[in-house]
Design a protein around this ligand. Sequence first.
Ligand code: NOJ
Length: 544
Amino acid sequence: MTDNSTWYRDAIFYELYVRAFRDDNRDGHGDLRGLLSKLDYLQWLGIDCIWLLPIYPSPLKDDGYDIADYYDIHPDYGTLEDFKALVKGVHERGMRLIVDLVMNHTSDQHPWFVESRSSKDSPMRDFYVWSPTNTRYAQARVIFVDTEESNWAYDERTGEYYWHRFYSSQPDLNYDNPKVQQAMLDVIRFWLELGVDGFRADAVPYLFEREGTNCESLPETHEYLKRVRRFIDENFPGRILLAEANQWPEDVLAYFGDGDEFHMAFHFPLMPRLFMALALHDRTPIVNVLAKTPSLPDETQWCIFLRNHDELTLEMVSEEEREFMWSYYAPDPRMRLNLGIRRRLAPLLDNDRRKIELLNSLLFTLPGSPIIYYGDEIGMGDNISLPDRNGVRTPMQWSAGKNAGFSEADELYAPVNDDEVYGYRKVNVDAQRDDPGSLLNWTRHIIRVRKSLPALARGTIRLVDVGDEAVLAFWREVADQKVLTLHNLADSEREVSLDLSDLGGAEVKDEVSGQGIGVAVADFKAHLPPYGYLWLSFSDGGVG
Ligand code: NOJ
């Protein structure tokens, strides 16, 4: 592990669901000990930082995003001792670990809420947002549109309504209450003292509510988040905050503050546009979103992704674009959920290796630190017969053995994927590790190449118009290195001509294949097969 305080700008992230990863105690649920036994795999792959979905005690109405105790581990996953062993194991391998911090809401089983709802006079009444009517904050949108009609839920006991932005089993905490603010800082301290390297902070836009607004990204919210950052900087320097704020880039910018709020934030609007550009064979959606992406304060970084544990969200696209995405990528209505698509990467891309590589190539070259969703490195499939988002949370496929090598139990938390195309007998880590041409080995290779090119992690981006809308070309540049990437979004071959005369005859190399492909001249020709891509570097770094 390097001591570099801006390590996250160079890091490759990996998101994983502990329940799905590896079951050590044979109860059919993945656990922390199981994950510990698989850390060598993640290190081998080249992962720098692991993000764990919530691991806390929870009734699991929202798979752990409904926390019933911020200070313990869900019994399915193990104990705090196991967690300490995990942190140690991660750090010994030179990796880092961040955990989910769910600040906005708790479970309705959390003792704070149980106490709060017990009476209007409860000393904890103000830990949550109560109202005698369900008409306040009418401009706030409902997020889980498939299941919730309102952000208010009626509570019979006291005859009042409580506020919730997600499931009604997830009441929102009341950040106007200084005690809530302090309580969350205490939680943060607890996990940092246990050695975590930071947090993926869930649903941060919604902390405060104000009448007459949409109750998102309010100044009060930013003020509190800055306080969290100060607390971390003062007490735990080098640990990071990664924002989950599903907003337009100009609104997400505020979450970086002046470099004094989040270190990182997911780039939500970019993600669907990568899929859109591929479907349309046209770079325009990507070009447009990059044009709307502001440059960031020093020492901050986007976190970019193709898929995650949720539906592929289409909140940050127009209605017309959403219809297009749904009809193209989710023809079966069961593939749709809320404003999104509940499918994994490989099935979305017809299991076409060329498309999977192309989108990953964009993930590893566009500005931001890439995050891989567990299983996508081997091309796992999904199971749309499972409810909610469970279809993209099935057991990791380690081998062709019993239960895909995930567990020795007879009953699992969810069925292992066993279909003909994506099932574990065919798609698994063991088989792909032994196959030099596998997606897994390709992913490992691309991670290594990415790490050898600092321009891809920290460089500026400059788009080049190559006169063909199917080809996205951009430079990534740092002081002593230039890299030019080309991506062919079409299913036909393309040849583009580039003026590389500035590079004074430097030798041109494609870093992915390791092949020299000529000399930088005024009329440099690059040949791209269908869905092909090139990462071009130049002798002397391209800077003479
Ligand atoms: C975002 C998380 O990614 C999602 O899984 C969860 O349901 C909501 N926040 C509510 O916590």
